[in-house]
Design a binder for this molecule. Sequence first.
Ligand code: PLP
Length: 411
Amino acid sequence: MIQVNENFLKLQAGYLFPEIGRRVRAFAAANPNAKIIRLGIGDVTEPLPPAIIQAMHKAVDDMASGETFKGYGPEQGYDFLINAIIENDYKSRGVSLDTDEVFVSDGSKCDTGNFQEILGVANRIAVTDPVYPVYVDTNVMAGRTGEYDQAKSQYGKIVYMPCNADNNFVPALPSEPVDIIYLCYPNNPTGAVATKAELAKWVAWAKANKAIILFDAAYESFISDPAIPHSIYEIDGAKDVAVEFRSYSKTAGFTGLRCAFTVVPKTVKAYTSSGKEVAINPIWSRRHTTKFNGASYISQAAAAAVYSPQGKKEVRQIIDIYMNNAAVIRKSLSALGYSVYGGVNAPYIWLKTPGGLTSWQFFDKLLGEINVVGTPGSGFGPSGEGYFRLSAFGKPENVIEAMERFKKLKF
Ligand code: PLP
């Protein structure tokens, strides 16, 4: 008799975005003339920049030509892209990496979701609360849902680290033992950033406790404050304990095109049950090359164009559009008396719901009274209750109009 993997039955229903969609559709059907402004889902709204389109056209011609026809590429990524990543994203920040420490893929969702697979099922996982749900769900799928007991080799568990205004949305160090720590800065959903001093504490803790940090830097290109680190490897010693995920999705409008990469330094170690030290780079390489056949040549050629002088300029212009939106939202809502967080070094604004409303009550009020869609904070975890996320990805005229409409909300 065929058996199902029962871990999948332990997942919480994918509730947040389907429920938002359901409520918005119902409202639109009942109010066909309402002009709904969507600042909910964090998807890009600007088209790909011209330098990237041009690189893709050239890549298509390469694939059409008998001379330069590209079949299967290297699973880990083409050297032209890996070298551009090392040079532009890391060397420029004083971080040196070898080419076999960078793994190109088709998305950070897959990479952040898949990475846990090479780490033991008995590991204890620490995640922030609120959190990008992929980290939690993929660990539940892997069976890290029970109480941890090394002697009995029981399954690992997930430990939530509350993040709120009191701790600036950067969690306190764990008060119980954990082995894998997911950190995401700049943060989705809170828009918070972590300083070098804060990350240094985590790196030191991971070293002292033989833990690994999985650092999601999908939003690093939105950092404007020069003091905020873009990479965890800007912290001394991080190359011994941290894996870093980066994506072109939000940086350069690749949400539909797909390209990302993961850095796995050869110095990051995990341990066998008998305590023997093992480098995880070759294990991730083995997993990646076995289960993945490389991001498409066209996507990688497009990603390499992000680093050309023209590409850098055009990508910056688009990021500036989104960050101007963020500034408009912050300024307008602060002037209306809201407590507003994020939106300075990240494309998300996290606000305290007014008048003690729950996240969903505020969602319904915004949709019903001013036809603006955001994301209820409680959908990202219990500590998100009483908060609300607005995304800065949107057309500037829509953002300005949404802010005008906020003035009309009645309390
Ligand atoms: N990490 C975070 C925190 C995200 O918010 C997202 C996308 O929303 C991703 C990773 C996934 O990005 P990608 O499009 O590369 O899969």
